[in-house]
Write a protein that binds this ligand. Structure first.
Ligand SMILES: C[S@@+](CC[C@H](N)C(=O)[O-])C[C@H]1O[C@@H](n2cnc3c(N)ncnc32)[C@H](O)[C@@H]1O
Length: 506
């Protein structure tokens, strides 16, 4: 049943426990620096997240960061979960369950950062107006706004499929959301079987439906069952945000800020004739058939001189998130897949891996990594490694040191509260790091005694009624389970544990 306060947004279905690094101050700063904008401060800032879901991102950033954090989500279960986590981690985190309209009336500080992930496309147009008004009222001059949304033309072909799922909600009986998800997918299947001309309008629609079936019912419900589900053109979002005196500054996907990267020569040639930034990005969307935008907008962003940009960058620190053996040097871009030049990337990764993976300033990475081609190449490599999830920008060293105990408390609370979530916060990066369920169990065991960690993890799984999976099936044989656990532990000890230590999670 739609409750009045929810304004067509699906409620009563717990949202997934996700972490989004684009919302992290260090990440936003890196992307802005790439495009030569003066970033907001790295400490003593005010930060706000709108529609925070279960609030993992907000809480991790508040535990690790040096600022005042605020956020709202009108689903009271979400706000309660997030407030509980905040209480346990002890960060300066103020949680509200206001609607965007109500939040507009609150007396809040002027923010350096406002972020919002996975919200813009899923709320009514009235709510988008409240969001623009909120940013207009509360973002400082020089501040940054992060927004993500489903975009056109990438959703052009499959947009009607998304609408179909939402339409099914109108006729679905009020059963459990799991049953409604199953019925909605079956409804799409039966429509496709009946041969609508729509199916011939684009390739890959059946595959897309099959892929959807692999997601959890909770995800599908939140993604598609809202009465608001919109896809927008980049140019229309830029126009709406201009009303809050915002202008597009950078992509929140670091590789998206490397001029021409991922485009064919003909696409680059076409785009080279376009000077207007908004028009350029919109045309780029046609080439890449962009489906999801992650963008950073600034209010009065001040441009840096190339010299100042260089100085600031050389001081920024970076850290590996993935063991060098586990980095795949391939990127899937809108116009096809790209294999990265290992001669450029491997020395950079080796420099980052030196001294037991300790975080390092770009200046040191450049020297050790044989920086012969200059800063743009090194930055391009770092940006692509960040996009691949292999590297992270860091927050200032003194902030990492100050907030260590808060991140420890936050991780203990995450471990206890989110069986479904697999993220811990690092004081080094100031953001979340994905940690698999098994690695989480090893971390909770006495690490000095290898054998015990395996035993501990097996016992804990048994106590929780969880099973290891092999080829998607639960492993019933105890000996096979023990062997699998031994192998996973050895990989964890040799590859992931040293990284977790460098990230100061252990
Ligand atoms: C699709 S979820 C995204 C959650 C989170 N940002 C994430 O990406 O994991 C959208 C969130 O916005 C919240 N929301 C929707 N409409 C809202 C409104 N009018 N005011 C405040 N929160 C709202 C919902 O409760 C939900 O948690």
């Amino acid at each position: 049943m739609t409750e009045q306060w929810s304004e067509g947004y699906i409620t009563g279905v717990p949202y997934t426990y996700g972490y989004y690094n684009e919302l992290s101050p260090a990440w936003m700063r890196f992307c802005l620096l790439m495009r030569r904008f003066t970033p907001p401060p790295a400490q003593d800032y005010a930060y706000c997240e709108l529609g925070f879901g279960q609030g993992l991102s907000l809480n991790m950033h508040a535990a690790a960061g040096a600022g005042a954090f605020h956020g709202t989500d009108f689903t009271p279960e979400h706000a309660a979960f997030a407030a509980n986590l905040a209480g346990k981690s002890g960060g300066a985190c103020n949680i509200y369950d206001d609607s965007f309209e109500e939040f507009l009336e609150r007396d809040l500080p002027a923010f350096d950062y406002i972020g919002m992930h996975g919200v813009w496309s899923w709320v009514s147009d009235d709510n988008r107006r409240h969001i623009v008004d909120f940013v207009k009222k509360n973002l400082k001059a020089g501040g940054v706004f992060y927004v993500s949304y489903n975009s056109m033309p990438g959703w052009g072909a499959a947009g009607p499929l998304g609408r179909l799922l939402a339409l099914h909600e109108r006729i679905a009986p009020h059963t459990s959301h799991a049953a409604r998800t199953r019925d909605a997918l079956a409804f799409c299947d039966s429509l496709f079987e009946a041969g609508p001309a729509y199916l011939q309008s684009a390739t890959g629609l059946r595959e897309r439906l099959e892929n959807l079936k692999k997601h959890s019912p909770d995800y599908i419900a939140h993604e598609y069952f809202n009465s608001n589900w919109d896809t927008m053109y980049f140019v229309d979002v830029a126009d709406r945000l201009a009303q809050a005196k915002l202008r597009f500054a950078a992509s929140a996907v670091p590789s998206g800020n490397i001029s021409g990267f991922g485009l064919t020569d003909r696409a680059r040639e076409f785009l080279s004739g376009i000077e207007d930034t908004v028009m350029y990005r919109q045309m780029q969307d046609y080439f890449e058939n962009t489906q999801f935008h992650k963008d950073l907008y600034v209010r009065g962003g001040v441009a840096l001189t190339p010299q100042r940009q260089r100085e600031l960058f050389l001081r920024e620190r970076f850290v590996l998130l993935r063991h060098p053996d586990d980095i795949a040097y391939t990127m899937n871009m809108g116009m096809g897949s790209i294999t990265l030049d290992k001669d450029v990337y491997k020395p950079v990764v080796a420099a980052l891996a030196a001294e037991e993976f300790a975080p390092k300033p770009l200046s040191a990475i450049g020297e050790a990594g044989g920086l012969t081609r200059g800063l743009p190449d090194l930055l391009g490599a770092i940006a692509n490694l960040i996009t691949l999830g292999a590297v992270s920008p860091c927050q200032p060293e003194e902030v990492a040191r100050q907030n260590r105990s808060r991140t420890r408390a936050c991780n203990a609370a995450l471990d206890e509260m989110t069986l479904a979530g697999h993220f811990f916060v690092s004081p080094v990066t100031g953001g979340g790091v994905s940690v698999s369920r098994l690695d989480q169990l090893f971390l909770a065991a006495p690490l000095s005694e290898g054998g015990d960690a395996v035993k501990h993890a097996l016992e804990k799984l048994a106590r929780n009624g969880e099973k290891l999976l092999a080829e998607g099936r639960p492993v019933e044989d105890e000996q096979q389970a023990a062997r699998m656990m031994e192998e996973t532990y050895a990989e964890f000890r040799d590859k992931r544990l040293p990284l977790l230590k460098a990230l100061d999670i252990v």
